[in-house]
Write a protein that binds this ligand. Structure first.
Ligand code: HEM
Ligand SMILES: *[C@@H]1O[C@H](CO)[C@@H](O)[C@H](O)[C@H]1NC(C)=O
Ligand SMILES: *[C@@H]1O[C@H](CO)[C@@H](O)[C@H](O)[C@H]1NC(C)=O
Ligand SMILES: *[C@@H]1O[C@H](CO)[C@@H](O)[C@H](O)[C@H]1NC(C)=O
Ligand SMILES: CC(=O)N[C@H]1CO[C@H](CO)[C@@H](O)[C@@H]1O
Length: 561
């Protein structure tokens, strides 16, 4: 035992030093952030009352207490703005210091200011360092992926994957996508035989999981048909863990050692599966190349291999180097997440809103009649034969945009710099040095100064001429953000959701069961715009309750186009 003592001593010393360094860095960071905010407060910049000790945590607490349970942090940020004196709709932008929850931020609620951010040469391209810890459980590898990378490293990897998203390659994926949607349609047909209520979103999630497994890394997850695939399960489990105890005010959950361990364990399993998939595909990819076979489409993985092997000095027979394999693994985990979660939410949100707006549904069906003809059953085959047909569905497109306006799954974030001082329309200046600039899509998309009838579901606003009062202001709809860091997957999202609506909307009627499920609920919905399906935190922002509904065969008879 005695001989172990010096070692234990040394170990204890190291441990204490590590802890001391961590505490020191935490305190000095906190001090720096609070001082920066105090300075901005003294300059009279818009912000809630700032405490030297707690920053704006009390303002966040007050705001969250005025909201229903689990309301997404986007409502908290919106509420904090509305609680500030002087402007009942809240200021166009305000500073927010929630350290240790996040680094200091400038929250933007106005498109005029948001446009300046995405037009600025440096800031438009720069992500804050702190975003990496958000992504770490999802992508591993220190949270490094296209969302969080900067500079040359981002440019390089962005180029690597970009060709996947060209229009002809996306069209070439559509037959595989439609195949999965037909499985989904059959599941709905079964549900339609019973009057039992069910939740739609878990089904759109499985649909999108299977779609994305195929187009991201050539995996047939088959979850819709066979029961859940380990990869699907691990990803869903990881997201549940990440968001279980993770809201703006309760970050303590992240320190729970059991949770930390489970996240690490899940991360390990995700890596194993994806690595195997990569290595399997490298072989198949080489095979196809030596036999000069044309692939049906390039998956994201195929595209990365294609780019990798066409770099100068590399031979087709070379193995992947470790560095590339690591980053590829992290990027594919990111694509797997980015590819299914928010798209699945969008699909169920559209079905929810259509169930509440029969007039919109009627117009949507009429458009599908005119493009796909009177034989409803022929539609999927027509998309498979000629994927570009879904580009001629302007009303459907507008329905999706309007659903996304009201239920934005994501936000935009950039790192500010000394050179960028934003200006409000009233002349107020907002320095951005040292703060992350976050554009709140929810607040921008419901901003009454830019959107007439902001809370109404009016797809027509995206179809009217520029001189019409409903015509959206520049940059007021920014669901995929603008500038060099906009969403790489946006064209794909629109194609997928349009195809799904074309395939299911004429055949089925959805009956919205929110009132039934939440009939006995005694909560005040005033601060979530009286919306029972208010957004909650789960990966991307999702409507609460996973859309409880019933589905039935509509009996719809297509009209003459
Ligand atoms: C409804 C669905 C989706 C929404 C609302 C959405 C939204 C966004 C937003 C707002 C950003 C920019 C974030 C920022 O400005 O800080 C973004 C970035 C990104 N999205 Fe999406 N997205 C969706 C679906 C997808 C899909 C299906 C893919 C890929 C298959 C994808 C891949 C990406 C990537 C790679 C980035 C990072 C771009 C970069 O910084 O280089 N997204 N997305
Ligand atoms: C689009 O990407 C695919 C797959 O990488 C490639 O084969 C095709 O040549 C590209 N087309 C265009 C127009 O860039
Ligand atoms: C890691 O997770 C898997 C899947 O949930 C589980 O079977 C396994 O026991 C876990 N490993 C450890 C060491 O807890
Ligand atoms: C989106 O980003 C790409 C890649 O950086 C860029 O080429 C394109 O112009 C951007 N689009 C918009 C609308 O900002
Ligand atoms: C159709 C089907 O079998 N779906 C299964 C997919 O996986 C989930 C669990 O993640 C199961 O609950 C579903 O039954």
């Amino acid at each position: 035992m005695d001989s172990a003592r010096p070692i234990l001593h040394a170990f204890g010393g190291v441990l204490i030093s590590i802890i001391a360094v961590r505490i020191f860095s935490f305190v000095s960071k906190g001090w720096r952030y609070r001082t920066l905010m105090k300075k901005l407060e003294k300059m009279g910049k818009p912000m809630p009352e700032h405490s030297s000790l707690l920053g704006h945590l009390l303002a966040a607490k007050t705001a969250s207490e005025e909201l229903p349970p689990q309301a997404h942090s986007t409502y908290i940020l919106d509420r904090i703005g509305k609680n500030m004196v002087g402007n009942k709709n809240g200021p166009p932008a305000y500073y927010f210091d929630s350290f240790p929850v996040s680094i200091p931020m400038l929250i933007i609620r106005d498109p005029y200011i948001a446009n300046q951010v995405t037009n600025h040469a440096q800031v438009s391209a720069e992500k804050p360092e702190s975003l990496k810890s958000w992504f770490e459980p999802i992508t591993g590898k220190g949270g490094i992926n296209l969302f969080t990378q900067n500079g040359q490293e981002w440019k390089h990897d962005h180029q690597l994957f970009l060709p996947f998203f060209n229009n002809s390659n996306l069209d070439a994926t559509m037959p595989s996508v439609v195949e999965q949607m037909l499985i989904f349609r059959n599941i709905l047909r079964k549900r339609a035989q019973s009057v039992e209520m069910f939740r739609l979103e878990p089904l759109t999630q499985l649909l999108m999981n299977d779609v994305i497994g195929r187009v991201i890394f050539n995996a047939d997850l088959g979850n819709q048909t066979y029961g859940s695939h380990p990869l699907t399960e691990t990803m869903l489990r990881q997201l549940r863990l990440k968001f279980a105890a993770n809201n703006v005010l309760d970050n303590i959950g992240q320190l729970n050692p059991l949770r930390v361990f489970s996240i690490w364990n899940n991360s390990r399993i995700l890596n194993q599966h994806i690595r195997n998939q990569i290595l399997k595909r490298v072989d198949a990819f080489r095979d196809a190349k030596t036999r000069h076979e044309q692939l049906e489409f390039n998956s994201v993985l195929d595209q990365a291999l294609e780019s990798y092997y066409s770099e100068p000095g590399r031979k087709q027979s070379d193995p992947l180097n470790k560095e590339f394999l690591d980053i590829l693994c992290a990027q594919l985990r990111m694509f797997f997440f980015a590819g299914y979660d928010s798209t699945a939410a969008t699909m169920s949100t559209c079905c929810y809103l259509l169930s509440k707006h029969p007039g919109v549904l009627a117009k949507l069906r009429a458009e599908h009649d005119s493009v796909f003809g009177r034989n409803i059953a022929a539609c999927p085959g027509m998309i498979t034969e000629n994927p570009s047909i879904i580009n001629s569905l302007p009303y459907t497109h507008a329905v999706i945009k309007e659903a996304l306006r009201l239920f934005p799954p994501a936000n935009g974030i950039r790192m500010g710099c000394k050179d960028l001082v934003l200006k409000g329309r009233d002349g107020t200046e907002y320095p951005t040095e040292g703060v992350a600039v976050q554009t709140s899509h929810f607040s921008v998309h419901r901003n009454p100064e830019y959107w007439p009838r902001p809370l109404e579901f009016l797809p027509e606003r995206f179809l009217v001429a520029p001189d019409h009062e409903l015509y959206p202001a520049k940059g007021a709809w920014r669901i995929f953000e603008y500038g060099p860091r906009n969403c790489t997957g946006q064209a794909f999202v629109m194609k997928e959701v349009k195809a799904l609506l074309a395939i299911i909307c004429r055949e089925f009627d959805f009956q919205n069961c929110y009132d039934e499920v939440y009939a006995d609920e005694q909560i005040d919905l005033a601060n979530v715009d009286n919306e029972r399906a208010y957004l909650v935190e789960h990966g991307a922002a999702h409507p609460r309750g996973d859309f409880p509904c019933r589905v039935s065969l509509s009996g719809y008879v297509p009209g003459d186009a």
